[in-house]
Write a protein that binds this ligand. Structure first.
Ligand code: TLP
Length: 347
């Protein structure tokens, strides 16, 4: 019997490097990056800064480290930061901002579309009072992971950043998937980055590089970030070997994200016609689809996995699917067929 193809929709982090990336990695010119002598890392950082419209950038091992550095450079221990109630920084970064940055995390409810209500943010920022910790940082996320890949527009980002800046806060953007937002909106990524002071974005999600993230800001801020990265153990020596793949990611892999978005839509539309599955088609803007499986199917995620379709559970009956380069339109149709059968047989 031919082996069943595994269709992996757990995350876009599962994407493997392309042949072109592997070749670039093999051929990369290298040096010691802690001594600032790796030419390939420098090229990647220049390219990233240029694409984000920031003065300079720093190559970090992960999105988690870029976000933590964003907290460390923008705050002091004892400060308060505002993050969305569904933020990746709150849910999935091991509480690093508090544990290592010593900040109090204050949440504002995320709207289902990933935004934070500007009025609520304005009310949440603390005034000067002997009892209060100073609120010094607002964190945004674009696209928004737990809000189903929702996109923040440049207009919204400017509005909310202006409110924060007027009250003396800095603004950090978790732009792990900023290129998904840029492609979905048809705007350059720098338009989405312009209103914020610091941002991190990832190479190892839809862009398919094996490792890495870029922290982008002013020269002054990135100098501080470089020191923090060293303290956190992120000083990588011949890092050009992975930066080389990152350059290919930025030069060759951005436009193809549109294909992942089309597949997410195809998947969501297919799901909506399977009895009992709930999906809000209006919320599907990029490569993430959140859906609720029928109440008569216990253990949906492991049972789908047993049929070769992998998802991440979101808690309760909610499931997340993330389209990615390893999954074609044909695979999406195949996955829908297997799910339809699973639901039918369970009913
Ligand atoms: N997200 C991963 C998991 O951690 C959940 C995923 O599969 O989606 N910001 C956002 C918005 C992210 O989605 C992620 C990764 C990160 C930061 C962290 O990036 P890494 O994994 O490079 O530390």
């Amino acid at each position: 019997m031919p082996s069943m193809k595994i269709i992996d929709l757990r995350s876009d982090t599962i994407t493997l490097p392309t042949d072109e990336m592997r070749k670039a990695m093999y051929e990369a010119e290298l040096g010691d990056d802690v001594l600032r002598e790796d030419p390939t890392v420098k090229r990647l950082e220049e390219l990233a800064a240029e694409m984000m419209g920031k003065e300079t950038a720093l190559f970090t091992p992960s999105g988690t480290m870029s976000n933590l550095i964003g907290v460390l450079v923008n705050t002091r221990p004892g400060d308060e930061i505002i993050v969305g109630s569904e933020a990746h920084m709150l849910w999935y970064e091991v509480g690093g901002a508090s544990a290592l940055g010593g900040v109090v995390i204050r949440t504002v409810p995320n709207e289902p579309d990933g935004r934070l209500d500007p009025d609520i943010v304005a009310q949440t920022i603390r005034g000067d009072n002997i009892h209060f910790p100073p609120t010094t940082l607002l964190c945004l996320e674009n696209t928004h992971n737990r809000c189903g890949g929702a996109v923040l527009t440049p207009e919204y980002t400017s509005t909310i950043a202006r409110i924060a800046h007027e009250r003396g806060l800095r603004v950090h953007l978790d732009g792990a998937r900023i290129f998904n937002a840029a492609v979905a909106l048809g705007v350059p990524a720098r338009k989405l980055a312009e209103p914020v002071d610091t941002l991190g974005f990832c190479l190892s999600k839809g862009l398919s590089a094996p490792v890495g993230s870029l922290f982008c800001s002013t020269r002054e801020c990135v100098e501080k970030a470089r020191k923090w990265r060293k303290m956190l153990g992120g000083g990588m020596r011949q890092a050009g070997v992975i930066a080389a793949a990152g350059i290919v990611a930025l030069e060759k892999m951005v436009e193809r994200l549109a294909e992942d978005h089309a597949n997410a839509r195809r998947f969501a539309e297919g799901l909506s016609s399977i009895p009992g599955i709930t999906v809000n088609l209006e919320r599907v803007q990029t490569n993430i689809v959140n859906f609720e499986f029928p109440s008569n199917v216990a253990d949906f995620v492991p049972r789908a996995a047993a049929r070769g379709v992998k998802f991440n559970s979101r808690g309760g009956r909610w499931v997340r699917a993330v389209t990615n380069r390893m999954v074609s339109a044909g695979d999406i149709d195949e996955a829908l067929g297997r799910l339809e059968k699973l639901v039918r047989e369970a009913g």
